[in-house]
Ligand binder design. Structure first.
Ligand SMILES: Nc1ncnc2c1ncn2[C@@H]1O[C@H](COP(=O)(O)OP(=O)(O)OP(=O)(O)O)[C@@H](O)[C@H]1O
Ligand SMILES: [Mg+2]
Length: 348
């Protein structure tokens, strides 16, 4: 049984006119101790997915309208608030992009850490303080005893994110949801924080759902990747396989915008041309088709489903949502073979 099994999740938000579906039938799983990535451009619904899992999407702003979020076999979506609180502390912890919004600015780091330890693990004052020092040491914050007395604003951005990792680990969760945790940091600090999270998760056997818009940072982190576009998963693969043979042209596009060591310096990165569709105005066919240089009639007409990749029968979890890799409704296949010769994101 998977640790986390998200099935056909649907989340809607209230919009100016009616509502928009930000998460549209998303399914994926995370096994115990595994690190899984959720990748996609800004606005594709990554945070909405994470927030739905954590029970943080609440009316009137939004609502989870369908699906299941099975955590250790139990559906979080149908749990009573009290049960859910227990899971949130001990079972699943979340780290956000901006620690300033999740840390309380008027309480010292020590107070926030010990509070959480007392609440979730039932530790006494002294034990909680000792554990807090230990945790700050674990995330490599120098002089932890002294630092317990500091306020969030007295830490640098990278240090604050370390504190957040310490907080997340404090309750010994089975799963950490890490949502763009290094986006606001510079590259060197980013690498250090990611390494830290990976090492600590590895040591403690904690599973991580790693959310990012940057496919470049996925390679060293996750074992499996889910690529998201416009509220849906459009490709799923082992990380190595995704980099070796991306199937969906959107994924090729994401890869094209990642710097590579094996290409000549001065080579240009190619951002994907165009914008994702408005949630309130989805194209009738493939949601990526308006930006896809390989789109054919069928792509613009009917929406492809997420299906096993042709030729990857050995790996049934290898999926793509692309007509180019599926039998088209008229019968027969669209050939993608010639596409590999192309530059995926090159403008025609
Ligand atoms: N509280 C809300 N009310 C209305 N719409 C929302 C709300 N939260 C998210 N949305 C919409 O849902 C869509 C998905 O947003 P989400 O924050 O999940 O994107 P994301 O993939 O996390 O992007 P980013 O990389 O910028 O963090 C967006 O179109 C966004 O405008
Ligand atoms: Mg987000």
């Amino acid at each position: 049984m998977a640790l986390l099994d998200v099935r056909d999740l649907r989340t809607e938000f209230r919009a100016a006119r009616g509502s928009v579906t930000a998460v549209d039938g998303v399914s994926f799983s995370v096994d115990a101790g595994e690190m899984v990535a959720l990748v996609g451009e800004s606005g594709c619904g990554k945070s909405a997915t994470a927030q739905s899992i954590m029970g943080l999407v609440v009316p009137p702003a939004g609502r989870v309208t369908g699906g299941q979020v099975l955590f250790q076999g139990q559906d979080l979506l149908t749990m009573k608030p009290r049960e859910l609180r227990a899971v949130r502390g001990k079972g699943i912890a979340m780290i956000f992009q901006d620690p300033m919004t999740s840390l309380n600015p008027v309480l010292t780091i020590g107070k926030q850490l010990t509070e959480s330890l007392r609440l979730h693990l039932g530790l006494g004052n002294r034990a909680a303080r000792a554990r807090a020092v230990e945790l700050l040491e674990t995330v490599r914050i120098p002089a932890p005893e002294t630092r317990l007395g500091s306020y969030p604003h007295q830490f640098s951005g990278g240090m604050r994110q370390r504190v957040m990792i310490a907080m997340a680990l404090s309750c010994e969760p089975r799963l950490i949801l890490a949502d763009e945790i290094t986006t606001a940091l510079d590259v060197t600090i980013q690498a250090q924080i990611l390494e830290l999270l990976r090492d600590l998760a590895g040591e403690t056997g904690t599973a991580v759902l790693f959310i990012t818009h940057d496919l470049g940072v996925v390679a060293g982190m996750a074992e499996r990747v889910n690529v998201m576009y416009a509220g849906q998963i459009v490709e799923r693969a082992d990380t190595v396989d995704l980099f070796h043979r991306p199937q969906m042209p959107y994924t090729w596009g994401l890869l094209g915008s990642v710097p590579r060591l094996d290409q000549a310096r001065g080579g240009r990165l190619r951002p994907i041309a165009g914008q994702p569709p408005e949630l309130s105005d989805m194209p009738p066919g493939c949601r990526f088709s308006p930006r896809c240089v390989h789109a054919q009639d069928v792509c613009r007409r009917s929406p492809p489903t997420l299906t096993p990749v042709r030729g990857a029968d050995d790996d049934p979890s290898r999926l793509t949502r692309c007509w180019g890799m599926q039998a088209v409704p008229e019968g027969g296949w669209l050939s993608l073979d010639d596409r590999y010769a192309d530059q995926p994101t090159e403008e025609k």
